[in-house]
Design a protein around this ligand. Sequence first.
Ligand SMILES: *Cc1c(COP(=O)(O)O)cnc(C)c1O
Length: 220
Amino acid sequence: MMEPESSLGAVREKIAAAARIARRKDSDITLIAISKTKPVAEIEPLIAQGQRVFGENRVQEAQAKWPELKARYPDIELHLVGQLQSNKAEDAVALFDAIHSVDRPSLVTALAKAMDKLGRRIPCFVQVNIGAEEQKGGCAVADLPALLAQVREAGLPLAGLMCVPPADIEAAPFFALLAKLAADNGLSGLSMGMSGDFETAITLGATHIRVGSALFGARD
Ligand SMILES: *Cc1c(COP(=O)(O)O)cnc(C)c1O
């Protein structure tokens, strides 16, 4: 077999291999290239190779990097994967094409207001604090049904669930739990899997994987 020519090629091959093992179509898995902390000069080569879906974790950083790139490449999709303060909801809805970090009632209210005001409705994933970690974002598993009900009532387009499992332990049980929670709540979207574990996430049903360092190299 030939060596892949780029980190993007290598990640795509791994996605295809994991999808084959899971008997899934790799076209059902969206690769989100997480470009946080990386300058435009390092993002453009990936765009040139055909990558169109990117993710950032901070609204301000994304505002500095993406409006110009989105103007030049109108088919780019930008996803917010980091925690969102309610007072930045309008900025986020204006710039991003999807939000993966909806995790509390006050944010649902702020996003609904922003979407109404801007006349723009973007897909939202509800983030679950799947390892019940104190310092992590995401709603508690016990609070999920009520939050999903609020999201649905507020008319936010509900794409699915998202999680960031605890670091340094096997992620598979957490991915399996997120998949069960999604199925129990009638949701098909699963945003799970990062550079170290996206293949595992794919075998457990991930529809959106968020990959940074495997594409861009380590962050400082
Ligand atoms: C940074 C980040 C990623 C990507 O992490 P890598 O390990 O570099 O692939 C994925 N999801 C979220 C929420 C992140 O903040």
